[in-house]
Write a protein that binds this ligand. Structure first.
Ligand code: SF4
Length: 199
């Protein structure tokens, strides 16, 4: 697998301060995609052992909440194959950290096996999944952690246990979408369309 970028101390792609890995390769071709170069599976750098060691070390400090995977498409079958051993290592060495995945696949597509045979194993390690393709016409700047209103922020362990989508519950202080909210849209974290659209 190749990856396009690693962002350390990222605060846009999940809760808290995180390390984010942008993998290469995506077949979805969403109109308005923020990251055309990452459609190419050969783009960027080799996801070799040295890089994986570096990632683990970047995640060790107590102020780092967890790892986020974006792209490209982290759940393309060949990317899952490369990521699964690394994710198992991550969860074993750093069990207190969480894992967020931003995917163009919907929950229903993943459950139907459209992302290949490893999907169940990968999802068993994921805490939060932001699902579905970015849709430019549904772009909404007030959304936290997703770029368009068709995408959902999913609590994966609860969804797997329930057998249906259970949406992740944000901290109430960030519930900015109600008309009577005390936080105006001008106070929202200015995560860009690029960061929120997904990987
Ligand atoms: S927005 Fe994401 S899923 Fe859609 S084409 Fe771009 S990288 Fe792929």
């Amino acid at each position: 697998m190749h990856y396009a970028e690693i962002k350390r101390c990222d605060i846009a792609n999940g809760t808290g301060v995180r390390t984010s890995l942008f993998v290469s390769g995506c077949r979805r071709r969403c109109p308005g995609c923020f990251n055309l170069v990452a459609w190419d599976f050969d783009y960027g750098y080799d996801f070799d052992e040295a890089v994986q060691d570096e990632l683990i070390e970047s995640l060790r400090p107590s102020y780092i909440a967890g790892l986020s995977l974006l792209g490209g498409e982290p759940l393309e079958p060949e990317n899952q194959e490369a990521l699964l051993p690394f994710l198992r290592r991550f969860k074993k060495e750093l069990p207190e950290k969480d894992l967020w995945v931003f995917s163009g696949f919907t929950w229903e597509e993943l459950q139907a096996g459209e992302a290949g045979p490893l999907t169940g194993d990968v999802l068993s390690l994921v805490d939060v999944l932001v699902d579905g393709p970015y849709v430019d016409e549904l772009h909404d700047i007030t959304l936290r952690f997703h770029g368009s209103s068709n995408q959902r922020v999913i609590d994966v362990p609860s969804s797997l246990a329930a057998g249906e989508v259970v949406e992740w519950q944000d901290d109430p202080v960030f519930a900015t979408r109600g008309a009577d909210s005390w936080v105006g849209s001008h106070d929202l974290p200015t995560h860009s369309k690029m960061a929120a659209a997904k990987g």
